[in-house]
Design a binder for this molecule. Structure first.
Ligand SMILES: C[S@@+](CC[C@H](N)C(=O)[O-])C[C@H]1O[C@@H](n2cnc3c(N)ncnc32)[C@H](O)[C@@H]1O
Length: 358
């Protein structure tokens, strides 16, 4: 079996390189890595990694038998690293040794005196919705920027969703001589410009605060659902807490929705107008005023899960007939409400449906 070493180089400045990593690089006969990480070793034969990941794998396949090859990765090998890509594509007959390094998460947290045992992490190379839902659910979210989405874009997105007052801790070119450390509100920092090589932490003091929604009224949601509250009300707060992406809120008053988001520390809510409502959707919450829109959405996705609540018996009966005619599966319940004197008031009709064909 031939061996290959993958080394986490810390911040790539030499200062944060472990002794073990230093030794592995010294003993290597050939280095593979990004230009920044190779810069301190100009005399070693090397291959510059850019978008040529396949070329690197091919080189390893051809030379691991007669050369000590060392692959340099930034930060640690186990944290959003090229190391995982390489490990999943190691040529036959080659085994890798990993040398761990100091990750950008550890380094940045130490600069700002932040603890990270409960910190969530997301990469902006992924979906932006994951950032907003993670921020909404966690006191601290560590964010790797890049892939065309820089620190100022993260701050702008938070600000757009009512999170302009959230504190953000930013580390640019960590470990380098021109390292920049800045903290401030998302609103302040969205106006600046940051390098691709930047990481940050968002602090949301209201994270995970439970919204006291009426039990059982939220349609069943899966993490990846495209969901919407058509009433423009508060059910969207509950939906946002359950999905991994974003929950849509149909409203003509986006500023009012933003205010609610701020009050509850939820930033993965997108106010949309009726015209901008995307189709198909996976799940919606509606009131009797949106019965017509609900039927329209069910045309785009007959398996869409929904809850509709209404007080008007006639309108609810019409809706039930319409759903039956269209072969949409549903159940209708009635739930009474207690007034302040604890007397029962009129019942609320609750339609739960979709998901499976009738
Ligand atoms: C592919 S990820 C690699 C993460 C790395 N494995 C780690 O443990 O930090 C690349 C991203 O990490 C962050 N990063 C890595 N090194 C950094 C540094 N020296 N300064 C700031 N951010 C850095 C940036 O967000 C960059 O876009």
């Amino acid at each position: 079996m031939h061996r290959l070493t993958i080394v986490g180089t810390g911040m790539g400045d030499g200062e944060t390189l472990t002794r073990q990593a230093e030794r592995a690089i010294e003993e290597a006969e050939f280095l593979i890595g990004g230009r920044r990480l190779l810069a301190p070793y100009p005399d070693k034969p090397h291959l510059v990694l850019d978008r040529n990941l396949d070329q690197a794998v091919a080189y390893i396949a051809d030379h691991a038998g007669n050369q000590r090859i060392c692959v340099l990765v930034s930060g640690d090998t186990g944290f959003y690293s090229y190391a995982s890509y390489l490990l999943s594509r190691l040529p036959q007959g080659v085994e890798a040794d990993l040398v761990c390094g100091i990750s950008s998460l550890q380094y940045l947290c130490s600069r700002f005196y932040l603890r990270y045992e409960n910190m969530a992490a997301v990469s902006m190379h992924g979906r932006r919705g994951a950032l907003l839902s993670t921020v909404s659910a966690n006191l601290h979210t560590f964010v790797l920027t890049g892939g065309g989405f820089r620190a100022q874009d993260v701050c702008r997105l938070l600000w757009e969703r009512g999170g302009g007052g959230l504190t953000v801790y930013i580390g640019e070119r960590l470990g380098a001589a021109d390292q920049r450390l800045l903290s401030g509100t998302a609103d302040e920092l969205r106006r600046l410009s940051f390098d691709d090589l930047t990481a940050l932490v968002v602090e949301n003091p209201l994270a995970g605060r439970a919204y006291p929604s009426e039990e059982g009224l939220c349609p069943p949601l899966l993490e990846e659902d495209r969901c919407a509250d058509l009433t423009g009300g508060d059910m969207v707060l509950e939906m946002a807490a359950r999905v991994r992406g974003e929950a849509l809120c149909l409203t003509e008053q986006p500023e009012k929705v933003k205010e609610r988001c701020r009050a509850w520390g939820r930033y993965n809510i997108e106010p949309v107008s009726r015209e901008a409502l995307p189709r198909p959707l996976d799940a919606v919450y509606a009131g009797e005023d949106q019965a017509e829109l609900l039927l329209e959405l069910l045309e785009a996705n007959p398996r869409m899960r929904f809850t509709l609540t209404g007080w008007d018996r006639e309108r609810c009966r019409d809706l039930a007939r319409e759903l039956e005619d269209r072969g949409i599966s549903f159940r209708c319940f009635r739930r009474s409400r207690l007034n302040r004197e604890f007397q029962e008031e009129d019942g609320l009709y609750i339609f739960c449906g979709g998901g499976i064909p009738q």
